[in-house]
Design a protein around this ligand. Structure first.
Ligand SMILES: [Mg+2]
Length: 232
């Protein structure tokens, strides 16, 4: 279980997919469901469609296009959002998410969602999970035109939110993104080792890693943030 210095953390930035939501939905959509849709639309063999898509994903990995539903709709001539809605019943919160978010809130911390998800994908996931009831601020990096893999995103986000990097915790299931956040200077980083409920737990050595946020709750609650004007 990771030990984080909660007495030095007043802001928590959270990824969405694989961090608060089960990544199974996204993995299933991109690696299984979309190749089937493409095969149906083009008449090509599903295996050929899958191979074509996997190589296309690799070409734009980490870039804003990878996360952009409009990009894929244009490239594949498919209604991607409609296809995502067809399997929206698979969108689900991790079982430990709400307790974690509520503990962060109860302890007085600023909680901000920072996702590379396209705004339409974010809206769909909020509809299905009501995640917005537990988070102060929701940000899609599409509004900045760059992803969390980019230093430009962190600079713009810092300008917008005015968080103190020394007092900020960032949680994500992507190691390249955590590495970018560390390069920017976010002091406290936490990886998610089990982003997809259908996949084995990942071995993570570069960052403290968590498999169940409920293990952190006692430490969070016992170290509340003292806001100016409320100190005794
Ligand atoms: Mg993620």
């Amino acid at each position: 279980m990771p030990t984080l210095p909660w007495n030095q953390i007043d802001t928590v930035l959270l990824d969405m997919d694989g961090t608060l939501l089960d990544l199974h939905y996204d993995n299933h959509f991109w690696t299984d469901y979309l190749p089937q849709k493409l095969a149906h639309a083009t008449g090509l063999h599903p295996d050929a469609c899958k191979a074509q898509l996997m190589s296309h994903y690799a070409r734009v990995s980490g870039q804003i296009q990878w996360y952009c539903l409009d990009y894929w709709a244009t490239q594949l001539n498919l209604d991607i959002l409609a296809a995502k809605r067809e399997i929206a019943h698979l969108i689900s919160l991790r079982p430990d998410t709400i307790a974690f978010l509520d503990a962060l809130k109860q302890s007085g911390r600023d909680v901000v969602l920072v996702t590379n998800s396209h705004p339409d994908g974010l809206t769909l996931k909020i509809e299905r999970t009501q995640l917005d009831a537990h988070i102060d601020t929701l940000i899609s990096t599409h509004e900045f035109g760059v992803t969390k893999e980019s230093q430009s995103l962190w600079q713009q986000l810092h300008h917008r939110l005015k968080f103190d990097p020394d007092k900020t915790l960032f949680v994500d299931d992507s190691l390249p993104i955590l590495t970018a956040a560390r390069e920017f200077g976010i002091a406290h980083l936490l990886a998610v080792a089990n982003p997809d409920s259908q996949q084995p737990v990942k071995q993570i050595t570069d960052f403290p890693a968590v498999t169940d946020y409920r293990d952190l709750i006692e430490a969070i609650i016992s170290s509340p943030v003292q806001h100016a004007g409320t100190e005794q």
